[in-house]
Design a binder for this molecule. Structure first.
Ligand code: ZN
Length: 157
């Protein structure tokens, strides 16, 4: 993992991040910069998160903003990590994207406006949405052991 210094990275600070592209270029690893700021797309089936089933939280790799929970992740077969719902209404923002001759809706980080991927309306219940997200711009933190125990069904004595 690239350990460049990123002064805005935080899992708790939700205040908006405004930085010039020059500054982003300095602090982000090249692959993250390409997708987050240049709106690139990673090759399908290349993200280690695509098949990951661990319980935990997915954060924006550019700023640390919490984006998705593992329990809203599903196997879409599209080649990119897919979720049916973001963590909160403000965790992502939506922008019409009419590039490449398609009408799509771009999904960006609600804190730093990093390009994350697109959302489509062919997802599973309960939302019917499919957030198709580039794994490169996601950081994953596994749920802590104590939380896992808390979520386990209580044993009946
Ligand atoms: Zn972000």
């Amino acid at each position: 993992m690239n350990e460049k210094k990123n002064p805005v990275y935080s899992n708790t600070d939700t205040s908006a991040v405004k930085m010039s592209e020059e500054e982003w270029k300095k602090i982000l690893p090249q692959d993250v910069y390409y997708i987050a700021r240049m709106k690139g797309t990673e090759r399908p089936w290349t993200s280690k998160f695509e098949t990951l089933k661990d319980k935990g939280t997915y954060y924006c790799a550019a700023c640390g903003n919490a984006l998705f929970q593992s329990d809203t992740k599903f196997e879409s077969g599209c080649g990119w990590p897919s979720f049916y719902e973001p963590i909160s209404k403000t965790s992502v923002i939506y922008t019409p994207d009419n590039t490449h001759g398609m009408k799509r809706t771009e999904v960006q980080c609600g804190r730093c406006e990093a390009h994350l991927g697109h959302v489509f309306d062919d997802g599973p219940p309960p939302t019917g949405l499919r957030y198709c997200i580039n794994g490169v711009v996601l950081d994953f933190e596994k749920a802590k052991e104590i939380e896992k125990k808390f979520n386990e069904k209580p044993k009946e004595n």
